[in-house]
Write a protein of this length. Structure first.
Length: 175
C-alpha cells in the first residue's frame, strides 16, 4: 500500500461519514476500498506501487489467530467482533496502524535454482511478532517482494516449502 493510499485511509478513519457511511461499517469501508482499487487499477494509477491485499490479509490472519487468510480481512474482523460492524471498523484501523509500524526480523534465506523457471529467485523467512508464526517472502531478480505468505510455525513453512520446491539450502540471516 503506498503513502497516498495510507493518507486516504487515515482521512477515512478520522471522518468516516465524509467518505463512506456515518455508521462506521467495516462492510462499507471494504466496498469503498474495493471500488477505489478497481478504479485505480483500471486507470493504472496504483500499478507496482503497492503490495497486494494479500500481505495485509495475511497480517490480519496472523494477528487474529486464523489458520489462513482466504476469508479476507473484512470477514476475519467481523468474525472476531461477533459481526459487529462498528467494532470491526475500529479494529481495522488498529491493525492497520500495527501493520504500518511493524518491524521485521529476517531469519533465513534460500536461493531458488535457476532451472526452476519461477519468477521468484529467492525466498526469505521473516518474523514481525514474538509468536511462533513466520512469513515466507518471495523475491524476484530485481529484489522486489512479490508476495508474503503466513505460516503458523517455522517447521510447517519449511515442510511445505520442501514438498513444493524440493530441498533448499537455507542460510541464516544476521540482522
Amino acid at each position: 500500500m503506498n503513502e497516498d493510499f495510507y493518507e486516504m485511509l487515515d482521512a477515512i478513519g478520522k471522518r468516516p461519514a465524509m467518505y463512506i457511511d456515518p455508521s462506521q461499517s467495516i462492510t462499507a469501508l471494504y466496498n469503498y476500498l474495493g471500488g477505489y482499487r478497481s478504479g485505480a487499477g483500471w486507470k493504472k494509477i496504483m500499478r507496482n506501487t503497492e503490495p497486494s491485499y494479500a500481505e495485509f490479509n495475511n497480517w490480519v490472519a496472523m494477528k487474529l489467530n486464523f489458520y489462513e487468510s482466504t476469508k479476507g480481512w473484512r470477514r476475519m474482523l467481523l468474525e472476531r467482533e461477533n459481526d459487529d460492524e462498528e467494532k470491526a471498523f475500529e479494529r481495522f484501523f488498529g491493525l492497520l496502524r500495527e501493520f504500518r509500524n511493524r518491524k521485521e526480523t529476517r531469519l533465513f534465506r534460500a536461493e531458488l535454482p535457476k532451472k526452476s523457471g519461477r519468477k521468484t529467485k529467492r525466498l526469505e523467512i521473516v518474523k514481525y511478532t514474538d509468536d511462533g508464526g513466520v512469513f515466507v517472502r518471495s523475491i524476484d531478480s530485481k529484489d522486489k517482494i512479490i508476495d508474503e505468505m503466513y505460516w503458523q510455525t517455522l517447521a510447517n513453512a519449511l515442510e511445505i516449502l520442501e514438498i513444493q520446491l524440493g530441498k533448499l539450502s537455507w542460510e541464516e540471516i544476521k540482522n
